[in-house]
Design a protein. Structure first.
Lengths: 441, 169
């Protein structure tokens, strides 16, 4: 695991007092309200404090800007429009010059490459119209190989300070890389940075792999593989090559595993005699508890962030609907009541929403609802949208979108919970089954 | 018992991953040889061969949308499968349940399991020994036809009885 040191740069008295202000308070974007116009900001090219750092400075600036623009909340003002340059990391900020080009925020950074090949990256964020720093300056240190993570950490700070939301750029996504035609798909368990960079493979393409999930600490992955011939649940450490079967029955199918928030238990589906129910496995003792006993299909379980409840889908009422039950089992309560079918529920890490796949009138949707089933909102619509996963801050969802027809292909898309900023995630190949990691340490 | 069981499973699944109807080429159904018949042993004309089972008895049944109920037509095919299996005791069968792409992944796995189980139960009800039959679901992961219309979907909502030469499980 890469270690970052993070140090606070003592705030210097740079801010000139301002007389006229257009805003009553500091810069703040409420992302739940849905921003119509991206807020213009200036991510000034990070300064290279020594010659060896210049390439990293340029690349880090690009990633910081891409992270922020990628949220759909910001627009980066091109350098060609700047009236004044950032002459030094500690130089006074010419607020009037940034105000004149309508930059609401200014990001200033500097990069040093030390003789032992370590990167030092520091940044400051300024609220241009308030004429004051937004938070303290911060410095990150990391190896050159982790330059993207350092950039994501800077962008996370900027995002968090302006939106008041927790961050999500320094995170990874485990997914299934997909190649080949529909009737002969090859699938490979893969991990990438949230933005599609740094792809790493956890399996070869020799057997079907499905629906991976990160552990709560992001260092292990659960998934379903047909490697033994039958679909079974496996666990693999990120970066490892050897996986382990979870030692369940070899004569029945197990699938749809998901860690409990404590990382020590796994809820999953098992099909016996054609009937699929939910079970809970204690990873250490291997002890199993059956959670549901119904002739209907019970699958796609997920824990509430506090671990006390499990949301899942069941067709006990005739069609697929969403239910919540105590994590120890017990009487489920139905929460979805709209038109159509509801599946693949996932509980927001913030606990406030449940995201799901909805099928209605021949279309698929990704939607969110409150945990009591109220305030349902559909965020997407297409031929086949499926399997949402939450960003660590609970404000963005990633999912699989598959196109129709003989040459139909899956791809990863993301959308924020206001339904804005729908976009394709930059994977090199077709991809499906994304699951977002927690924010990296 | 358990060990034999697991070994057989692997053998069966090497074949189970294919989806082509002609997965048993000439000679593949070696266990059928010698039981008598018109054609060359193992060929489609040898009534004791897997090729014959696939081509003439019919190795698959189809389902309605989101259903695992066996239609009258499906029951007729399965009655033929049962009678063939009882005559040709040297085979075991893996029943693959499949779904079309209209549905979510985990649900379709469960639906495929239901379909495979419906076929298994029917074959047992006709007299096939339970220890000769196993089931697996591929959900929507292994469609046969790749268009996105009912013409293809109807062929993909299937349960396929895949034969393997070998004694009971």
């Amino acid at each position: 695991m890469i270690k970052f040191c993070l140090s606070l740069i003592l705030a210097l008295g740079l801010a000139a007092p301002l007389t006229a202000q257009e805003r009553s308070g500091p810069l703040r974007i409420e992302i739940t309200e849905g921003v119509i116009e991206p807020v213009p900001i200036a991510v000034a090219p990070f300064l290279a404090e020594n010659a060896a750092a210049s390439d990293f400075a340029r690349r880090i600036t690009d990633v910081v800007a891409a992270d922020l623009i990628g949220t759909g909340l910001f627009r980066n003002i091109p350098e060609s429009a700047y009236i004044s340059r950032v002459s030094g990391f500690d130089a006074p900020v010419a607020y009037a010059d940034w105000r004149a080009i309508n930059a609401e925020a200014l990001v200033v950074g500097a990069v040093t490459l030390s003789s032992d090949n370590r990167l030092l990256v520091k940044f400051r964020l300024f609220d241009v119209f308030s004429g004051a720093p937004l938070g303290e300056g911060l410095q990150f240190a990391g190896s050159t190989g982790s330059w993207r993570r350092v950039a994501h950490k800077v962008a996370d700070q900027v995002y968090a300070r302006i939106t008041g939301e927790s961050a999500y750029f320094d995170s990874r996504v485990v997914y299934v890389e997909t190649t080949g035609p529909k009737n002969a798909r090859q699938r490979r368990l893969s991990i990438m940075d949230y933005d599609g960079a740094n792809v790493q493979y956890l399996s070869d393409a020799s057997s079907i792999v499905l629906a991976p999930r990160f552990s709560p600490t992001g260092d292990r992955v659960l998934f379903t593989s047909y490697e033994s011939g039958f679909p079974q649940i496996y666990e693999i450490a990120v970066g490892a090559t050897q996986k382990r079967a979870l030692g369940l029955d070899t004569d029945s199918m197990t699938f749809a595993p998901r860690y409990a928030p404590d990382g020590r238990r796994v809820v999953y589906s098992e099909a016996k005699g054609g009937n699929t129910d939910l079970y809970l496995l204690d990873l250490q003792s291997g002890k199993r508890n059956r959670l549901t006993s119904a002739p209907s299909i019970e699958t796609a379980p997920d824990f509430s962030p506090d671990g006390s409840q499990i949301v899942f889908e069941s067709d006990r009422s005739g069609g697929q609907q969403l239910y919540i039950m105590p994590a120890s089992g017990g009487e489920p309560k139905r929460i979805s009541f709209g038109q159509g079918r509801y599946g693949t529920p996932v509980w927001s890490p913030r606990g406030d929403y449940i995201a799901f796949t909805k099928q209605n009138a021949g279309r698929f949707h990704i939607g969110v609802m409150r945990t009591d089933g109220s305030a349902e909102r559909l965020l997407t619509a297409s031929f086949l949208d499926e399997g949402p996963t939450w960003a660590p801050n609970g404000r963005v969802l990633m999912f699989t979108r598959e196109t129709a027809g003989s040459d139909g292909e899956p791809a990863l898309f993301s959308v924020d919970i206001s339904g804005r900023n729908l976009k394709r995630v930059a994977t090199g190949t077709a991809a499906s089954d994304p699951a977002w990691s927690p924010l990296l340490p | 018992m358990k060990i034999i069981h697991a070994g057989l499973l692997i053998a069966a699944l090497g074949l189970g991953a294919c989806t082509n109807a002609d997965r048993f080429g000439p000679g593949a159904g070696g266990a059928g040889a010698g039981a008598g018949g018109a054609g060359a042993p193992g060929s489609v004309n040898d009534p004791t061969s897997a090729a014959y089972f696939n081509a003439t008895v019919g190795d698959r049944v189809l389902f309605a949308v989101d259903q695992s109920t066996l239609s009258a037509e499906a029951q007729q095919v399965l009655a033929g499968q049962a009678s063939w299996l009882m005559t040709n005791g040297a085979y075991t069968a893996l029943i693959e349940g499949h779904a079309d792409e209209q549905g979510t992944q985990a649900y379709n796995l469960a639906l495929g399991a239901r379909r495979a189980s419906a076929v298994q139960n029917f074959l047992i009800s006709q007299g096939v020994a339970p220890n000769r039959l196993r089931t697996i679901s591929y959900g929507k992961e292994r469609p046969l036809e790749i268009c996105s219309t009912e013409a293809c979907y109807s062929q993909n909502r299937r349960a396929v009885t895949v034969l393997t030469a070998g004694a009971g499980l």
